[in-house]
Design a binder for this molecule. Sequence first.
Ligand code: ADP
Length: 269
Amino acid sequence: MHIYQISNNDKFDIKKLDPNDTKLWKKDKKAAKDELRDLRKKLIDLQRTLYAQHKHKILIVLQAMDAGGKDGTIKSIFKGVNPQGVRVAGFKVPTQEEREHDYLWRIHKRTPRNGEIVIFNRSHYEDVLVVRVHQLVPEKVWKKRYDHIIRFERLLSEEGTTILKFFLNISQEEQKERFLERIEKPEKQWKFNPNDLEERKLWEDYMQAYQDAISKTSTAYAPWFVIPANRNWYRDYVITSIIVETMENLKMHYPNPVENIEQFKDAII
Ligand code: ADP
């Protein structure tokens, strides 16, 4: 099992996991960037085969606190990947129509089809995170959702979806730095939302909600990884390597060509 993978019902303490940890990388930061470039090349090849074979589906769930680096992770990992086979699905505050359905309705519609990689920028986990922290539904309602989620993900998995879930673990101090940067740097100011400061006050509640969600829903078929995310280069390196390894294990191949393909050379007029 990967060192950052959480096992089911693991009584881990999220506050004890170090967001600055870089223990999988023994060399310097520059070398990590080179390694990431090589990993990206592998990912590009794997995705090409995934798309051509049209058999497997990959779902990547990204969750983090505000300024946790979800957008940056998506940008970095999928640099150079054929956009034809990759899709990002972001989940915001549910619309009226979405609220009138069960909370998984909007999620299921955006899961990957054969040959596709879909990245969830936020996900159904919001329904046991923000919804719990703000008591948007009563406790007896959100408590049942862990079980729904486990079953829902099992359905996806049994129908051919490979699922990887990442929590980008930044420290509260790092979040402060990133908020300050959003205020100071003109090109980042559009990202600043004063409401994020209110959410920051609820840090402890969020950590508790994350800890419960992650430990209750990390399964063999839809594992959670808690990624040390204070350092972007390390976060990108670790996540890309997990995705590459998982895709390599699918043993994908290009579809067989039509029979006697060579003979068609002469048929081109
Ligand atoms: P992001 O932070 O992902 O870049 P936004 O700043 O628009 O994008 O934030 C989206 C907001 O939608 C977040 O505050 C998130 O908590 C909220 N949200 C997502 N899903 C739900 C949900 N199911 N119920 C309530 N709020 C949700």
